[in-house]
Design a protein around this ligand. Structure first.
Ligand code: 5AD
Ligand code: SF4
Length: 467
């Protein structure tokens, strides 16, 4: 059983760990009570993951005491950061492995069965080792029609609040042929939606050209660009949708917007993290743009890509944020007219620049109040955006039965909006269908089935009969 905390990158790592362990003969179960191995894939980006992890490990101690053959693995960012101290604080943990050791999951479990607990943390990813990217590893995908594809790991930026550069290391891009190879094989297996993952996708390829030059060969003379990658991924036969995350507003360029607009498969959705609306706070965060520049580029994106949905991340309560700064965030957020937003309360991450600004930490009660006020602005703009879609016919990919009403189906539009819709036909997961939008709420749309546009390609069912 693999429990994940955190971002898509982490979820994808979990799929890789699950895939490797399945390959090694383990079978996935949903219930801890039935498991022999529990993997906790940790995240330390925002919450006090420490508390959560050690709390969970406390509970798992009893689980392990019931059968000493059971094994506990702690993986992910928090493992990378805390290293040896995980096993000092929870000596019943069997394996601690970092973010660059995912490929070693099965070996480390064997090693610990033979000789007791192990901790293995690599400081950096090994280039050219298949440790780096998942193409050579078995992956257990959570959905049949959509797959994450890592195009880059690590991050070279220095956002003052962010722990990612410390735990995920420097930026390393995956060679374009390798990415395309994985996409082609996924598409051949019936995957129709590709979600490209990187911390800072706009700088994709920069390091490849540099590394090649440094090595004295100029195989990669010109850095492959993210825009080119988007176009090529979108051209792979069978790929109907391409999404990506996350771009950095300071590096967003026209060629990427054009590639989005001109590549039919690339979805009209841009996740565009604002973080703050005050230029003073943006500078303190080291974000590299002003609010005005952010809004200008957003306007350009909307001009270039018709019907673009825009989502964002915003942090409330960055050290030193005044009421005036916060007002500016409210104004910019309102002006940006986001389709939806992830709102975070600043959380000091040990070792980051912002964590040292203790004297400027905001009053938690005030931050809580700001959070609620901003949420009102963001919710209002989400509802307005959603209402604007009523009466339209949109294509969705079916995700399954609706959790709110099992008689309905749930699908996702190209703008990444969830639609709960009625249908007389039971459509299989992965079907593409056109749906008429009849109603809208904050987090979803309601619709009516119109027609199927494409059936799922993946083969999941088999009938064996004797003739
Ligand atoms: N505190 C609060 N939010 C954070 N994020 C990253 N680090 C922190 C932190 N220390 C948010 C940012 C980022 C998203 C993935 O998480 O908004 O875009
Ligand atoms: Fe963190 Fe900034 Fe890198 Fe994003 S761009 S991962 S927020 S340092």
């Amino acid at each position: 059983m693999v429990r994940t905390f955190g971002c898509q990158m982490n979820e994808h790592d979990s799929e890789r760990i699950a895939g490797l362990l399945e390959h090694d003969g383990l079978e996935p179960v949903a219930d801890e009570g039935l498991a022999d191995v529990v993997v906790l894939n940790t995240c330390c980006i925002r919450e006090n993951a420490d508390m959560k992890l050690y709390g969970t490990l406390g509970t798992l101690k009893k689980w392990k005491d019931a059968d000493p053959n059971r094994q506990i693995v702690v993986a992910g960012c928090l493992a990378q950061k805390d290293r040896e101290s995980v096993r000092t604080r929870a000596p019943w943990v069997d394996v601690v492995m970092g973010t660059h050791n995912v490929h070693r999951a099965a070996e480390l479990l064997h090693q610990s069965s033979e000789s007791g607990g192990v901790t293995e943390i690599l400081d950096e990813a090994i280039v050219d080792d298949y440790a780096l990217f998942p193409s050579a590893l078995p992956v257990r995908r959570e959905t049949s029609y959509r797959s994450w594809v890592t195009i880059q790991i690590g991050c070279d930026n220095t956002c003052a609040y962010c722990i990612v550069p410390a735990v995920r290391g420097k930026e390393i891009s995956r060679p374009i042929d390798d990415v395309l190879g994985e996409v082609r094989s996924l598409a051949a297996g019936g995957v129709t939606e590709i979600f490209l993952l990187g911390q800072n996708v706009n700088s994709y390829g920069r390091d490849l050209a540099l590394a090649s030059r440094r090595a004295g060969d100029d195989t990669v003379r010109i850095a492959p660009q993210f825009a080119a990658l988007l176009r090529e991924v979108g051209a792979v036969p069978g790929v109907r949708r391409v999404r990506y995350m996350s771009p950095h507003p300071k590096d967003m360029r026209e060629d990427t917007l054009l590639a989005m607009a001109e590549t039919a498969a690339v979805c009209e959705h841009l996740h565009y993290p604002l973080q703050a609306g005050s230029d003073r706070v943006l500078a303190a965060m080291h974000r590299g743009y002003t609010a005005e520049r952010y809004l200008d580029r957003l306007a350009e994106a909307r001009r270039t890509i018709p019907d673009l949905a825009v989502t964002t991340d915003i942090i409330v309560g960055f050290p030193g944020e005044t009421e005036g700064d916060f007002q500016r965030t409210m104004e910019v957020a309102a002006a940006a007219e986001f389709d939806s937003a992830y709102l975070f309360i600043f959380s000091p991450r040990e070792g980051t620049a912002a964590a040292a600004m203790v004297d400027d930490f905001c009053d938690p009660a005030e931050v809580g109040e700001r959070y609620e006020r901003l949420k009102v602005v963001l919710d209002r703009s989400a509802v307005l955006k959603h209402r604007g879609r009523i009466g339209r016919i949109e294509e969705v990919v079916v995700e399954g039965n609706s959790k709110r009403n099992p008689a309905h189906l749930t699908g996702r539009t190209r703008q990444n909006k969830l639609v709960h819709f009625s249908s007389d036909e039971q459509l299989r997961v992965g079907t593409y269908a056109r749906v008429e939008i009849v109603d809208a709420a904050r987090f979803h749309l309601a619709g009516r089935f119109v027609e199927v546009t494409a059936l799922p390609v993946h083969r999941t069912r088999i009938a064996v009969t004797s003739a």
